[in-house]
Design a protein around this ligand. Sequence first.
Ligand code: H2B
Length: 123
Amino acid sequence: MADLLTREERQEHLIPLGEAGWGAVPDRDAIRKVYIFPNFIEAWGWMSRVAIWCEKWNHHPEWRNVYRTVDVTLATHDADGLTSLDIKLARKMDALASASTAARYQSDISEPIACLCEPDPRR
Ligand SMILES: C[C@H](O)[C@H](O)[C@H]1CNC2=NC(N)=NC(=O)C2=N1
């Protein structure tokens, strides 16, 4: 099972994802991004391409599709938090979105990702 990201790994990997539109999920050790595609078929096509990688890596998102938006949350359920698998999948999602469509993202949906980079007092 993958280990939770260390503080150093969070500083190194989460900050760049924050600059790409990922944010923190309130009260969870998880990241979130809301993609906006030109239309439903582009959104669905992107989800299909992502799904192939999810199966290959045995790591799956929590996502909701409404028309041309896909609201994505990533965390590793077995570890109850963020691991390297979530970083890898987030990067793949962004690569597939930028490569295939004029995807945009909503920027006002989450807390700043930096709040996931400090040790969690609850742990
Ligand atoms: C048995 C367990 O469900 C599998 O190993 C995989 C499936 N996909 C998964 N996806 C995510 N996000 N977290 C997991 O812990 C996870 N586990």
